[in-house]
Every structure is written in C-alpha cells, then in structure tokens.
Design a protein around this ligand. Structure first.
Ligand code: AMP
Length: 286
C-alpha cells in the first residue's frame, strides 16, 4: 500500500491505472477508522481493481466551535487498518495541500440540505460537497463508497454528482453497528461509560418506528412521536430530531409511502450522534 500526500502523486497513480484499463474505487474518510469505514473499503475491494482511500479531516465542514481541533486522529493505526482491508493507495494530504489559498469556490446543494444536519450545522454540507467534489476531481474514481450511516450526506453527494454530471457512481453501504445496535462512529470515543450505555436507545427508537410502519402506521407524525417518546426514557440523551421522511428528497410526506427513511439525531454528552434506517412501505396495509 502506498501513502501519498500530494495531489500530483495521487493523480499520476490513478491516471496510470485508468490508462491500463483498471477500474478505480474511492473511499473518502476523515480517519480514526473503525469497522464501518473498513466495510466501505472491503466493498470497494470487491468491486474495483484499484482501491483509493483518503484520510483528511476537512476543516471546511466544521463550524465555529465544533470539534475540528479535537477530532480524533491516529494515522499509523488508520494505515494498518486500510492495508488490512485491501486498500492500494491512501491519500493523506495536509490542509495546505488541499487548500493552499483561501477557498473562493464552494459547492452548495439546496433543499436536501435545508433540514436536519443542515439546520443544526448551516455550513456543514457546503464543506462536505466542496471537499467531495474536489476529491472526486483529484482521484477520478468510477465508483465512490459512502456509508448509509450519514444518510443525508449520501443524498447530498448523490444529488451533487447528478446535477454536475460527475462521472462517478455513488455507492451507499449499510451501517455497521456494535452488538447492542449503536452505529459505529469515530465520535463514539467521546462517550462516558454511562452515555455509551444510554446511546443504543437511538437504534431502538428507529426500530420502534420501523415496527410501527410494518404494523400499518402511515402517519409520519405518529411514527416520529413514538420514536421521540422512546428516546425521552433516557435522561442522558437529548433528542435533536426524530423524523420519518421520503428517502431521497428528505421531504415529510402527508402519508408514508414507497422508500421511507427514519432519521434520528441526539446529543449524548459531548457528541451529537446520528442514525437512520430505511423502510419500504408497500401499497397495502397489512
Ligand atoms: P467519516 O470518516 O466519519 O467522514 O466517514 C467516512 C465514511 O464512512 C462516510 O461515508 C461515512 O458515512 C462512513 N461511515 C461512518 N460510520 C459508518 C458506519 N457505522 N457504517 C458504515 N459506514 C460508516
């Protein structure tokens, strides 16, 4: 596995692979890797000839007062995990390599960023869309792998790639969880033992919402209230939102139909944790 720090080097490597007819898969990350990241790398390994992962804590997607400086980092461990997952090239640039001058050009995606994470973090998705567009331009992969864990991010990146006709297929991979249902996240290291014990209530709430829909409930407000009520049983968990929305647009429908996404976010001690599940609503009420 090669570790490259400059745009010129990674371009040269992926250009050579494409010229030789090899397919290139790309997994963008902010490092501090866990099994969720590894599952994306393994999916890319199965599908593609050359697997590129990036490790870059992107300052553009952190707002003032967020955890940019404190964001956990461990490059030697990340490189070992990447190599074990079958990654061929790691792109680990310095901030000055990615942003040598003040950034005057940004990518913003409307509507799908208006609610949920975009409401709590107003500059976050422009930071994500800008760095992902830039990384796509640098790496030139045919397929890029993202986690469903960050469902709104998947929607933003898919829409950006479609609107800008970027020649990349955005592949969404299932959320990796701990045995008790907690979605793996680099930010889980911030949880105290009590908070860690309380955090799986988020996944239980999503399951309760999915069960209600499975039992025939079609009113999003009823599903949302049931999820919120369950989260309220854990005093250490401060709910931000619990929502039942159309999966691609993230719009709240009058009645649940087709592909639905249940989204949840909560403050658990220091970190805000996110989770979601998909539910497909069939035409008939069981
Ligand atoms: P991050 O390093 O947090 O920016 O995440 C990099 C990629 O890994 C994103 O596409 C995330 O959605 C994905 N990811 C993070 N956590 C998980 C998880 N538990 N399961 C699957 N993918 C994940």
């Amino acid at each position: 596995m090669d570790v490259l720090a400059t745009i010129a080097e990674i371009r040269a490597a992926t250009d050579a692979a494409r010229t030789a007819g090899r397919t290139v898969g790309f997994v963008p990350t902010m490092g501090y890797l866990h099994d969720g990241h590894v599952s994306l790398m393994e999916a890319a390994r199965r599908d593609c000839d050359l697997v590129v992962a990036s490790i870059f804590v992107n300052p553009l997607q952190f707002g003032a007062g967020e955890d940019l400086d404190a964001y956990p980092r461990d490059l030697p461990r990340d490189l070992a995990l990447s190599e074990a997952a079958g990654v061929d090239l790691v792109f680990a640039p310095a901030v000055a390599e990615m942003y040598p001058r003040p950034v005057l050009t940004t990518v913003s995606v409307a509507d799908v960023t208006a609610r949920f994470e975009g409401a709590s973090r107003p500059t976050h998705f422009a930071g994500v869309a800008t760095v992902v567009a830039k990384l796509f331009a640098i790496v030139g992969a045919g397929r890029a792998y993202f986690g469903e864990k960050d469902w709104q991010q998947v929607c933003v990146v898919r829409r950006m790639a479609a609107d800008l006709s970027l020649p990349v297929e955005v592949v969404a991979c299932p959320t990796h969880r701990e045995d008790d249902g907690l979605a793996r996240s680099s930010r889980n290291v911030y949880l105290s033992p009590d908070e860690r014990a309380a955090a799986p209530v988020l996944h239980r709430a999503l399951q309760r919402g999915a069960d209600l829909i499975g039992a025939g409930e079609r009113d999003p407000a009823v599903v949302e209230a049931a999820m919120a009520d369950l989260v309220a049983t854990e005093p250490l968990v401060g709910l931000d939102y619990a929502a039942a929305v159309e999966a691609d647009s993230l719009v709240s429908p009058a009645a649940l139909a087709g592909d639905v996404r249940l989204l949840i976010a909560a403050r658990v001690g220091r970190p805000r944790l996110l989770d979601n599940v998909g539910v497909t609503v069939s035409g008939s009420v069981p």
